[in-house]
Design a protein around this ligand. Structure first.
Ligand code: GCU
Length: 686
């Protein structure tokens, strides 16, 4: 029996005991021990590889009470044609006519996902009769990236320290790591990068032979749950670790160093996922130093991983972070498209370009990155940020799924959505020619990746309700057409129980929260306005004259960044024709992105009928009020919640309500003073 089957069996035992209060009889374990009588009486939960348990399923008129795992004996044969085509991760849950339930996986991972799928049904109060579920993940890559440092800190982490690292050591909290693997696998995640994309000296050494034992121990636990471990690597590792004089990707000694290093990594870590690379970005080294391009860099690493089946996840977050604010032609938003579009089709088959959902950096409102739809001959992964760096740092409630859904559903006007693009669907010829497969999806390595929001805090995410983002990311990566609300309700039932009043209250809080957060922070898509470095709290000019290229250009006449083709930076022209035309003029640009694409006067009228300045005032006032309303909602279910849960979340919501007022006042005062235009409703603005 493989690790996936063993984990599935273990999870079912625990879940049945925990949820139903009875210890299931494990018939396969009894059979292995030579006791018990398989096939004794009554319905069972039959768990196993679709092929192996086919016979038992067919024979489902009679069975033993309890649980079978693995390949079972039995006679008979019939059609289960859909199961015949199951991939490793696909699964079916079926009810037999004897009352048994069959959890059938195409491979071991499928069995594990079937077990978790069934547990989810039990836990959410679903009907377990008449089940005919067949599930296949939409994407082969469903990845979580940890920005964890060797010293135990987490970059942009708001839930305590690192689960993986402690004082330079990796894998000391093995129980917690195992629980993390269970939770993460239960939402279908199959890839985890354990260290920060900013790879410092200490993490560079993770590739050193003496450190690999620690990495391997963590990988072993993740593997039991069908998760491949990835490492973020330092592009300059051949110099810093290997003692070479260069990290030039076209230098044969460099390529050989990576090959040898990778051979050893893969020898020590069976099923190693591959490398995540942040190169030539925010002071990290990369191929530009040697006059090479990013295809040269990524392909060299890909060649080292190819014999082992590994993947290079190459990030497209490449831009000039030493900008001069007076230079209005350089536009950070253009950078990823400028750098990577010319390389479309130049990457090897085991390279996936990981692209942030917006062209800037995980703001509460950004347009969709045009690179996601632009690349047609390159494998891609959409990168989301579960950790709430710019969305309230897990002190504010901000359920991110409504925003992610907008990203996934976005199409440039030709019916091909970002969700399609991340799944390699409807792409142009080129990849197929190399992959050679009839079924495009099988050859595709791309999908969804997200920056983790978990840490050593007991409730994993600091703000308990922020768990819904982690949960929701996994569920969307499995099925991007699921709705934000359905996923939210699932999470509520699993985390807070089946009380309908709790569910209705919390789902409204979740579903409203992103709009609320947006309505008291930076307006109309302009972004930022946060305190430098830690990025928490309002500071309208915090980044205005900095080198990072994140400007709003507010002056006494107006605000916003002209990114039109006609008079601005030209960014709008990076979109497919329909979207490009829509964003090009203030008249056609959607209100919520107006200031991202255009510099307009404060008295310009929005489609809503309000002027820009009045919109800013009104939404800041409403936003702060609605933030306070979240607290009132939570208080209304106080006696329906476990005391600790109530108190912990209440504390965060109270803090949010207070800080939302600060946002309101800082922004309203700033724009009142700048524009000189008073609030039409005469409210107090300082
Ligand atoms: C943001 C974030 C950084 C991070 C970077 C990245 O800029 O603030 O902490 O390193 O994104 O995605 O690489």
């Amino acid at each position: 029996e493989g690790a996936g089957l063993a984990s599935a069996r273990l999870e079912l035992r625990r879940a049945i005991k925990g949820l139903l209060g009875c210890e299931p009889v494990d018939l396969s374990a009894e059979a292995e021990a030579g006791v018990g009588d398989e096939g004794a009486a009554g319905p069972a939960i039959v768990v196993g590889l679709a092929d192996a348990v086919r016979d038992i399923w067919v024979k489902s008129a009679s069975g033993a009470a309890g649980m079978h795992a693995g390949a079972g004996a039995g006679a008979g044969a019939t059609e289960m044609s859909d199961i015949g085509t199951f991939g490793d991760e696909d699964y079916a849950i079926r009810s037999g006519n004897d009352g048994s339930v069959y959890l059938l996986g195409g491979g071991e991972k499928g069995v594990l996902y079937a077990a978790f799928g069934f547990i989810r049904l039990l836990q959410t109060g679903g009907d377990i009769r008449g089940l005919q579920t067949v599930e296949r993940p939409a994407y082969p890559l469903r990845m979580i990236d940890h920005w964890d440092n060797a010293d135990g800190s987490v970059e942009r982490g708001y839930a305590g320290g690192s689960l993986f690292f402690n004082d330079g050591r990796l894998g000391e909290r093995m129980d917690r790591i195992r629980d993390y693997a269970r939770l993460t696998a239960s939402i279908g995640i199959n890839a985890v990068a354990v260290n920060n994309v900013n790879v410092h000296a200490e993490e560079t050494r993770l590739l050193a032979p003496e450190r690999l034992a620690d990495v391997a121990r963590v990988a072993d636990v993740l593997r039991e749950y069908g998760i491949a471990l990835y490492l973020s690597v330092n592009f300059a590792a051949p110099i810093e670790l290997g003692g070479l004089v260069t990290a030039d990707p076209l230098d044969t000694a460099v390529a050989a160093w990576w090959r040898d290093t990778t051979d050893e990594v893969c020898r020590r870590i069976p099923g190693f996922g591959g490398y995540v690379v942040k190169a030539d970005s925010e002071h990290r080294p990369g191929p530009f130093t040697y006059g090479r391009d990013h295809a040269d860099g990524a392909n060299m690493l890909a060649d080292a991983l190819a014999p082992h089946g590994g993947t290079v996840i190459w990030r497209c977050f490449v831009y000039d972070c030493k900008q001069d604010w007076r230079d209005r032609r350089t536009d950070r938003a253009c950078a990823a498209h400028d750098h990577f579009m010319p390389l479309d089709g130049a990457f090897h088959d085991n390279v996936v370009l990981q692209i942030k959902h917006g062209p800037m950096d995980f703001q509460v409102r950004e347009p969709v990155s045009p690179l996601l739809l632009g690349l047609r001959r390159t494998q891609i992964a959409l990168e989301l940020q579960v950790t709430q760096e710019y969305t309230g740092q897990q002190r504010h409630l901000c359920y991110l799924l409504p925003m992610w859904k907008e990203v996934l559903d976005f199409d440039g006007g030709d019916g091909r959505t970002v969700a399609d693009a991340a799944g390699g669907l409807k792409r142009e010829a080129g990849l197929e020619a190399r992959g050679g497969g009839a079924d495009e999806r099988r050859e595709w390595r791309g999908g969804l990746a997200a920056v983790a929001n978990v840490g050593t805090d007991l409730n994993w995410t600091g703000h308990l309700l922020a768990q819904a983002n982690w949960y929701g990311f996994g569920r969307l990566a499995w099925n991007p057409s699921a709705s934000a609300e359905a996923i939210g309700r699932e999470w509520i039932r699993m985390a807070l129980g089946l009380d309908p009043t709790v569910e209705e209250t919390v789902i409204r809080m979740l579903m409203d929260s992103h709009a609320i957060y947006e309505s008291y922070t930076a307006p109309l898509g302009v972004g930022w306005m946060v305190n430098p470095n830690h990025h928490y709290g309002p500071n309208v000019d915090g980044y205005e004259y900095s080198p990072w290229g994140t400007y709003h250009y507010a002056d006494r006449y107006g605000i916003g960044v002209d990114r039109s083709v006609a008079t601005g930076t030209g960014y709008a022209g990076q979109y497919p024709a329909f979207a490009a035309a829509m964003y090009e003029t203030p008249q056609t640009c959607p209100d919520e992105l107006l200031l991202f694409f255009h510099h307009v006067s404060y008295d310009m009228r929005l489609k809503s009928g309000k002027t820009v300045i009045q919109h800013i005032y009104d939404t800041r006032f409403e936003g702060a009020e609605r933030a306070a309303g979240l607290l009132t909602s939570w208080d209304s279910i106080a006696d329906r919640l476990p005391a600790r849960v109530y108190v912990e979340v209440r504390e965060r919501l109270a803090c949010q309500a207070e800080h939302a007022q600060e946002w309101r006042d800082q922004l309203n005062s700033y724009f009142y003073r700048k524009s000189g235009i008073p609030d039409a409703r005469g409210r107090t603005i300082y």
